[in-house]
Design a protein. Structure first.
Length: 246
């Protein structure tokens, strides 16, 4: 019993510790930081943006095949933070759920409904002994026909919520406090402003001046409701605009 009061309670996912904690689920949250990545998502009045780091771990890899941004439907996209294999598994499940909804009901699944469904699945992973929680966090953006831009996030515990701005990964705490200050001043920003804010947030908390090949940006807007990723030239133009303003 030399391991202290939590001895043995972190071995099994379905057993609470005497303090009422599920250690395996807490470890899943720590696994999100394993890749050393940080991602930021911001919602404005007419658009939503996700920005994340791009790290190519091996020089022999094709950089175009390495991404943390995924399109789930024509109008919904996401940024994944955490273990890459778990992330791709969750993306695959999200695409399946979205396609099944479209087949069943004849219209695109709303962002909130898709996030709720994925959170429900993640929650089941925390109570079944034969499964383990996924070590990744998903931030979804999309344009709702009635509600406009949407930003939702779900975590390994099965909790999900809508956000004005959020972040995930190693520097989550610092990024969230940066976003809180910025959003307090002006919560209803247009596309150009939230894009700059998201990139500046990531750059500030990591203390790095990014090159266009070092970040990925995904956007949805009221004008172009489809989810798309910005090309390197578009990111470069945005970085130049930020540096000139500073």
């Amino acid at each position: 019993m030399s391991r202290g009061s939590n001895a043995g309670f972190d071995r099994h996912i379905t057993i609470f510790s005497p303090e009422g904690r599920l250690y395996q689920v807490e470890y899943a949250f720590k696994a999100i930081n394993q890749g050393g990545m940080t991602s930021v998502a911001v919602r404005g009045k007419d658009s939503a943006v996700v920005v994340t780091q791009k790290k190519v771990p091996d020089k022999l890899l094709d950089a175009n095949s390495v991404t943390n941004l995924f399109s789930l439907t024509d109008k919904i996209g996401c940024v994944m933070t955490g273990i890459t294999a778990d992330s791709q598994s969750q993306v695959q499940r999200a695409r399946y759920e979205a396609a099944e909804w479209k087949y069943k009901y004849g219209y695109d699944i709303p962002v909130a409904t898709l996030c709720k469904r994925l959170a429900d699945i993640s929650q089941v992973y925390t109570q079944n002994a034969e499964m383990r929680p996924l070590g990744c966090c998903m931030s979804l953006i999309g344009i709702d026909d009635e509600l406009g831009p949407q930003l939702y996030k779900c975590d390994p515990a099965g909790y999900f919520s809508g956000f004005k701005a959020t972040s995930a990964g190693v520097k989550q705490t610092e990024a969230n406090s940066y976003l809180e200050k910025k959003m307090k001043k002006n919560p209803d920003l247009c596309y150009g402003n939230i894009l700059e804010m998201a990139i500046c947030c990531l750059s500030t908390v990591l203390s790095v001046d990014f090159r266009s090949s070092e970040i990925e940006v995904g956007v949805v807007s009221a004008e172009k409701p489809g989810f798309r990723t910005l090309s390197e030239s578009e990111i470069e133009a945005c970085l130049v605009a930020i540096s000139e303003r500073d």
